[in-house]
Design a protein around this ligand. Structure first.
Ligand SMILES: Nc1ncnc2c1ncn2[C@@H]1O[C@H](COP(=O)(O)OP(=O)(O)O)[C@@H](O)[C@H]1O
Ligand SMILES: [Mg+2]
Length: 341
């Protein structure tokens, strides 16, 4: 070969080396790392600089183990990965890695043995932290959803059982059960629509009154400070409000032309935080003889269900003016509006 041909071959070789260099350096989202048989770094592209924060000159010649977490370095993961690559032609690298500043990220990639005579390794990897976090969030959400579905089914089941036991016939069962399910559905809807974890008490009471056709006006007043109820409390209190409202309509103040209903609540200090203290006062149906004998689902829920579910203290009094129901229970942390913000 003449000198000209030598020169041309050299130029071609340089051009192709430059091209490969360019390809490596353009892959800024992928770390491309080569190491010798001793796992010492020989190539470190721009993507590796970006992802790991180490500059090429800082790491050339150093053990590639430095991108592994301390635990993985201690438990021999780098050497295991290399021997898997040797044995199987590749090794999956899907784990937490370390940046120069010590921050962790989820790197996902693969390691291959380099078989060009000199033993060595090639690793290609990218930062998958965001993906992984999204997957984790999704898993959490799915778990939460399954949990809620199980809960709501349990609630529906016990509602059905008690409503069957308390209903004299199928027609009454259908009517009561339908009303109770509709209340549950309303609570779920509001919670889902707002994407909120809590439900405002005033809104809840007004919704339940509206559902039985009693809107706030001259005969019906609803008053109290903003209070947010957590999911479980909201569910139970909504059911109680539904029973009180249907009773008022069926037997009480809303069944007579001049009856009236006043719902009031306030927060009072308790030993472990604020208590919600609520009064449902009806006027217009007199009980000179005291409480009627019958106890159905409504009285059971308020006298036994609320104490059991919410640790509430409740009372139902039937006096000369009408029914007076009181409900008092501790708002756990976060039940109160201000604490949620
Ligand atoms: N707001 C009310 N006004 C007058 N009487 C009521 C009121 N709420 C309940 N009662 C009386 O208490 C009884 C039991 O109520 P409840 O447990 O809800 O069962 P039900 O409504 O199926 O009769 C009623 O039958 C009624 O006699
Ligand atoms: Mg009733």
């Amino acid at each position: 070969m003449g000198a000209d041909e030598d020169q041309a071959a050299l130029l071609a070789l340089r051009a192709s080396a430059a091209r490969y260099r360019l390809i490596l350096e353009s892959s800024t989202e992928f770390a491309i790392i080569a190491a010798d048989g001793d796992r010492r770094i020989t190539e470190w592209n721009a993507g590796a600089e970006k992802i790991f924060q180490w500059r090429e000159e800082e790491v050339l010649g150093r053990r590639a183990d430095l991108i592994f977490t301390e635990e993985d370095q201690a438990n021999g993961a780098p050497a295991r990965e290399a021997s898997t690559a040797d044995a199987e032609g590749r090794a999956v690298d899907d784990r937490w890695h370390l940046r120069k500043d010590g921050a962790r990220f989820w790197g996902s990639g693969m390691m291959f043995p380099l078989r060009d005579g000199a033993r060595g390794y090639l690793k290609i990897l990218y930062d998958r932290t965001e993906h992984r976090n999204a997957e984790e969030r999704q898993k959490l959400l799915l778990g939460e959803l399954q949990h809620r579905v199980r809960n709501i089914l349990a609630v529906v089941r016990s509602l059905a059982r008690r409503t069957i036991e308390m209903s004299p016939n199928l027609q009454e069962f259908e009517q009561s059960f339908d009303g109770r399910l509709a209340t549950l559905a309303r609570t779920q809807n509001v919670l889902t629509r707002s994407g909120d974890v809590a439900l405002e008490l005033g809104e809840l009471i007004r919704d339940e009154l509206a559902a039985v056709g009693a809107s706030v006006g001259d005969r019906v007043t609803v008053q109290g400070p903003d209070v947010k109820l957590r999911r479980r409390a909201a569910e139970v209190v909504a059911l109680a409000a539904h029973e009180l409202a249907t009773n008022a309509l069926k037997h009480g103040a809303l069944a007579v032309p001049d009856g009236r209903l006043d719902v009031r609540w306030r927060l009072v200090p308790g030993a472990d935080g604020p208590l919600l203290s609520m009064e449902w006062r009806e006027r217009g149906v007199s009980f000179p003889e005291g409480a009627p004998a019958r106890k159905g689902f409504g009285r059971e829920l308020i006298e036994q269900g609320l104490p059991y579910e919410l640790g509430a203290a409740t009372s139902l009094e039937f006096d000369v003016e009408g029914l007076r129901a009181t409900i008092r229970f501790p708002l756990c942390q976060g039940d109160e509006g201000e604490q949620d913000a």
